[in-house]
Ligand binder design. Structure first.
Ligand SMILES: C[S@@+](CC[C@H](N)C(=O)[O-])C[C@H]1O[C@@H](n2cnc3c(N)ncnc32)[C@H](O)[C@@H]1O
Length: 281
């Protein structure tokens, strides 16, 4: 992702901070996917969990609820997101940094584990791992997940054609086609590539597991409604009716996939060839 694409992506989450928080409260899918990362923490975890791309604090809330002795350190580049997270999590947040994950090695953080939920597809993992090498002690885990669109085994699955359904509803109502916002297409990660990058930066990939969830096909519509610019040219008094019609047609079960990946920080004596890998610009 180029520097300007990264800045644009972060700005888009800044704008959607409150809407995203509300969406995660309405859709149990978010908690289910994040909860599987929390499952990867060692039993009785009572240390500091670094939450990378922490957003509005969904993942840390689950960590702190499951492990009463744990604390969270948050790293998140969108200030509006971080503000919601800090309010939500209170005094068990040991520190909160407005920064992208790529800068994690420069923030003076020491943590006992690192988790990243629903955000690692936006990272430059080479830089993130080079940074995490300074943050995590040997034996600590870095667990993250990738949505279906950004992992090799699920990236080619036909996406739910929810936009065509919405376009059909607009056509029936004799309205021009909605103009969908352009989003950066996430890079597809391969297990072999992640293994190599991890090894070069002092980590070992120990788990790579895909999970499937069945949800309503209205999910994508709700996601798009976080930034409803595509509804702007529709007269205000018709929007609710159009959305309701699309929702009715989309309300069929669909399956979504995510893959969780767990890396373990190797001991310094195992680092070997990774010593020369620097964090980069
Ligand atoms: C879908 S939200 C997930 C938030 C949170 N992890 C959760 O579990 O709900 C994606 C988050 O990634 C953040 N993000 C975008 N680019 C990032 C980067 N380069 N480094 C860290 N976080 C980033 C966004 O600001 C947003 O808060």
């Amino acid at each position: 992702m180029s520097v300007s694409d990264r800045a644009e992506t972060i700005a888009s989450w800044e704008d959607r901070a409150r809407a995203y928080h509300d969406l995660t409260e309405r859709w149990p899918l978010f908690g289910a996917v994040a909860g599987r990362l929390v499952d990867e923490l060692p039993e009785g975890f009572s240390g500091t969990a670094l939450d990378l791309g922490a957003g509005a604090g969904l993942l840390s809330a689950l960590v702190l609820e499951r492990f009463p002795g744990a604390r969270s350190v948050l790293v998140e580049p969108a200030p509006a997101m971080l503000a919601i997270a800090e309010t939500r999590l209170g005094t068990r947040v040991a520190a909160a940094h407005v920064a992208p994950a790529e800068e994690v090695g420069r923030l003076g953080i020491r943590a006992d584990a690192c988790l990243a939920n629903a955000t690692a597809h936006l990272f430059d993992e080479e830089r993130v791992l080079a940074g995490l090498r300074r943050v995590l002690p040997p034996g600590a885990i870095y667990a993250f997940n990738l949505w279906g669109h950004s992992f090799e085994t699920t990236a080619d699955e036909p996406a739910a054609d929810w936009q065509a359904v919405v376009e059909g509803v607009f056509e029936e109502a004799r309205l021009p086609r909605p103009e969908w916002p352009t989003a950066a297409v996430p890079r597809v990660r391969r297990r072999s590539g992640l293994e190599r990058i991890a090894r070069e930066r002092g980590f070992e990939l120990v788990t790579c597991r895909s999970d499937e969830d069945e949800i309503s096909g209205t999910f994508h519509l709700d996601f798009a409604l976080m930034a409803p610019t595509w509804l702007e040219h529709v007269p205000e008094d018709r929007r609710a009716e159009l959305v309701a019609r699309a929702r009715e047609q989309l309300d069929q079960p669909i399956r979504v996939h995510s893959t969780r990946i767990v890396l373990v920080r190797r001991s310094a004596s195992d680092d070997g060839d990774s010593q020369s890998v620097e964090e980069g610009p």
